[in-house]
Design a protein around this ligand. Structure first.
Ligand code: ANZ
Ligand code: ZN
Length: 846
């Protein structure tokens, strides 16, 4: 009977569900919490999901077999813009769109046979989740973790709406095409910057995280040491006798050529009020979006105010004050001094506006003239740890590293009293206000009498109104006829609801904690959280290495502070694994005008379309709908079964690297699994022992265990290919063969759980394999059966031979006598003595 995955997989999935095999239970076993980053309900699962969830499932099933009480949940990151976009484009309601997508994707996921506790499933747009997220917000507000301040947003002047950063494309609104402007709005912020230092230093303790991710987090937090100091101004308006700047390179002070202010600097505001030219320049700067990337890549723009400052080290030396679009108001002091010789941006700016470029230091040994000549064309920006020669130094030695010179410059400023050494972080507070509908409402009200007032907990949840339309731009909550009107929880008077909703990153910053008790009437249940936290193994894409993980780390700390998590959960993810992508070749032809036309893999056979047209094959790249190089997991599962998809995903490359999906690879995986089934089915009833096969099985236990523990799933798969081949070749029969088949089933179970159950049952396994536990290797069988014996001739070690461990003495003696070196020493004579110490050494006396 050939293997029929369709019926077998459905049968086992039902058996596991009926037995409640994957229900996570708090009991006396040690716990293990494995979590894969939960999906956004876009409408269909893709191969990336299959890879991610298969890896998590291998870990979950393995740990379960090892005797852990495993929590392996699934949910939906369900708020966000695509649902609103769909409503705008196709009509309908974001809620209906989202829940319909969830239903579809759940039905696509279930046939993969993942060992998920589906009873814990939730979506972040569920009323219950919204309620608890709002409760958390109120607790955070109470604990001083939230603030309200003014910040810049992207404003679309045609659609009259705030745009998210991803809706700004090349500085233009994604729908209107209008040039985006910056506007100031009062917004809500989580005070993540209070934790900058701790979020940075705690990275050292995250030994279960990839170094790469820790480094990315550290760079994002961006700790820097520098000097904050004041320039005295000349002829500036009242209140601006001094301008304070922040620099990380105070050692370059003698190469300063200008001071630059942010367009939002208070002095610029004062100047703009009096001078329309300044106001117009500021307006021009506002046309760049608010993203750091937009500001970084925009052309450098400057405006000379005509004002000057005195150099702190030379009162006769005056520097011009410019306004520059690349100086941000919310970093440092919103003002800098420029040293074009040693900074890319300053160089570009100075070159454009004809400002002096004067070297402070050059390569080791350079003269002032040589250094000036070098920086005339391009800035010289060596690592701070590199030794250089100061040609315009002012503190310390001429030859020193940048680091030492910075320290000396700070000491100099502090001694002379014009500045102080300070530490700054790049990390900004986390602005969570979104002027959109499909998100978690921020639970506060605005009262004319009391100001901004938190909603009372007993009035939660504040739910979104259902009767909204998306036929006009802007936030439907703003124009809803009644939703805003409420009463002030403080004075009982009329008040208006906040219409901002929360950034969807908030939703995904604590879902891992909610999974420990998804039905609790509080954000978490402490007994459950204490038992299940932390996540022992978190798995997801590298694209979440910065923001999602940083926000989650902050949230865990905030939840500890507000009593929702134990102190031991400050770092919520003990180990993190970032998996590679799934790639596929791209197939392309051209239309009559030469434009590229892409084709789905299923429409291409041997490099040709059905009508015979040859396609160009472009090397493998990340699966993407626009290039049509996608394979639908649903089709793969339908034609081969889930086990084939799972096996192939795990087999071809290490999990951290990209895997290329090929039809031939899927075919080969399917063939192998069918062969394993046949091997079991055709097992001869009679026949004897095969100690070699038994030994191979025990070695496989040791190696597969080690490979799974080390996330080397491809090695585990390779080992199982080897074991299956050994079974195929062996003459072993009866119980001896079945015992090996059962071990093979146990070892395969985390990867191909359905087939493994079949093999287990056919090989006489008791009960379901899912309850059978993990096999133990017999250590006696792991010992090497080959030993290397040194040969000593006349007391000196001269050679060695490798022999079977249990080789009889006379055979060893024969091998020694045949050895090349021994024969040379004996030169035809018989040895005076030949002593074999089995397993140890051979002594020859010539
Ligand atoms: C003088 C200087 C000379 C600088 C030089 C750099 C190189 P990090 O390392 O990221 O902390 N800067 C300070 N505040 C700024 C702001 N609000 N907007 C834009 N740039 C600002 O960067 C610190 C450096 O970035 C500071 O050191 C300052 O330029 C600039 F050869 O001061 B530096
Ligand atoms: Zn009030």
């Amino acid at each position: 009977m050939p293997y029929d995955p369709a019926t077998a997989e459905a049968r086992w999935q039902k058996a596991w569900a009926d037995a409640g095999s994957f229900t996570a239970i708090r009991d006396q076993r040690p716990k293990y919490y494995v979590l894969e980053m939960f999906p956004y309900p876009s409408g269909r699962i893709h191969m990336g999901h299959v890879r991610n969830y298969t890896m998590g499932d291998v870990v979950a099933r393995f740990k379960r077999a090892e005797g852990f009480s495993v929590l392996h949940p699934m949910g939906w990151d369900a708020f966000g813009m695509p649902a609103e976009n769909a409503a705008m484009e196709q009509g309908g309601h974001p809620r209906d769109w989202t829940y319909a997508n969830i239903a579809t994707m759940r039905e696509q996921l279930k046939p993969l046979g993942l060992s998920i506790d589906w009873s814990r499933e939730f979506a972040t747009c569920d009323d219950a989740y919204v309620a608890q997220q709002q409760a958390l917000f109120l607790d955070f507000l109470d604990a001083g973790l939230i603030t309200r301040k003014s910040a810049q947003v992207n404003w679309d002047p045609v659609d009259m709406t705030v745009l998210a950063n991803e809706q700004v494309i090349d500085g233009k609104g994604w729908r209107s095409g209008a040039a985006v402007q910056r506007r100031e709005l009062t917004q809500w912020f989580f005070k993540i910057s209070d934790y900058s230092d701790e979020l940075l230093s705690a990275l050292d303790g995250l030994s279960g995280w990839p170094d790469k991710v820790r480094l990315m987090q550290a760079n994002w937090i961006g700790k820097s040491r520098g000097l904050q100091f004041r320039f005295d101004t000349v002829d500036a308006p009242e209140d601006f006798a001094q301008i304070e700047v922040y620099t990380t390179r105070p050692d370059t002070l003698m190469g300063a050529s200008f001071v630059a202010l942010s367009p939002d600097h208070p002095l610029v505001r004062a100047l703009a009020a009096a001078d329309p030219a300044v106001a117009a320049f500021v307006e021009e700067c506002r046309r760049i979006g608010t993203t750091e990337e937009a500001i970084e890549t925009a052309p450098k723009l400057g405006f000379d105010t005509g004002l000057t400052v005195r150099h702190p080290l030379d009162a006769d030396w005056q520097l011009p004050i410019w306004i520059a679009n690349f100086v941000l108001m919310d970093y440092g002091t919103g003002a800098i001094f420029g040293s074009p010789a040693h900074d890319e941006r300053d160089h570009e700016f100075a070159t454009k506006y004809g400002l002096p470029i004067r070297a402070t230091f050059g390569e080791a040994g350079m003269t002032l003239e040589q250094a000036d000549a070098m920086v005339a064309k391009a800035p010289y920006v060596p690592m701070k740890s590199e030794p250089v020669t100061y040609v315009r130094g002012f503190a310390g030695a001429t030859d020193q590293t940048g680091e030492a010179a910075v320290d000396a410059a700070i000491a100099h400023a502090e001694a002379a009293g014009y500045g102080e050494g300070v530490t700054k972080f790049r990390l900004r507070d986390w602005g969570i206000s979104r002027q959109r509908y499909w998100g978690c409402p921020i639970p506060v009200v605005h009262c004319d009498k009391c100001g901004t007032v938190p909603e009372a907990k007993e009035n939660l949840p504040v739910l979104l109104p259902q009767d909204v339309s998306f036929d006009q731009p802007g936030n439907p909550l703003d124009r809803h006829p009644t939703w805003r009107q409420t009463t002030c929880p403080h004075c009982g008077g009329a008040a208006l609801r906040e219409t901002d909703t929360m950034d969807t990153f908030v939703d995904s910053s604590w879902y891992y904690a909610r999974f420990t008790s998804p039905g609790a009437a509080t954000p978490t249940d402490r007994a459950d959280a204490d038992y299940w936290m932390n996540v022992d193994q978190y798995i997801g894409g590298i694209e979440h290495a910065i923001l999602h993980l940083l926000y989650s780390r902050f949230f865990a700390r905030a939840m500890v502070k507000t009593g929702h998590l134990p102190d031991s959960a400050r770092e919520p993810f003990d180990a993190l694994f970032t998996q590679g992508m799934v790639t596929h070749e791209i197939y392309m032809s051209r239309d009559d005008r030469g434009r590229p036309v892409y084709h789905l893999p299923e429409d291409v056979t041997d490099g040709r379309l059905a009508d015979g047209t040859e396609v160009e094959v472009i090397p493998s790249a990340k699966m993407s709908k626009s290039k049509k190089n996608v394979v639908d997991p649903v089709n793969i599962v339908e034609s081969y079964g889930a086990d084939t998809a799972r096996w192939f995903m795990l087999s071809d490359s290490p999990p951290e690297r990209d895997v290329e999906w090929t039809a031939a690879g899927a075919e080969a995986a399917h063939k192998f699994l069918s062969r394993v089934f046949r091997l079991t089915e055709d097992a001869p009833a009679g026949g004897g022992d095969d100690p070699d096969l038994t030994r191979s099985a025990h070695r496989a236990i040791a190696e597969v265990t080690k490979s799974i523990e080390g996330f080397a799933f491809n090695k585990a798969v390779a080992k199982l290919y080897e074991l299956a081949n050994a079974v195929g070749k062996s003459k072993a029969g009866g119980e001896s063969r079945k015992a090996v088949l059962r071990i093979m089933a146990q070892l395969m179970a985390p990867m191909v759980p359905h087939l493994a159950e079949e093999v287990w049952a056919m090989a006489g396994g008791q009960g379901m394999l899912v309850d059978a536990g993990w096999p133990k290797a017999d250590s006696a069988m792991l010992e090497d059966d080959i030993v290397i014996l040194p040969i000593q001739i006349n007391g000196k070690r001269r050679a060695e031979i490798s022999v079977a461990k249990d080789m009889p003495k006379d055979q060893i003696e024969a091998m020694v006598m045949a050895d090349e070196t021994v024969r040379r020493f004996l030169d035809g004579a018989a040895p005076k003595k030949l002593i074999v110490v089995p397993g140890r050494i051979v002594n020859v006396v010539a």
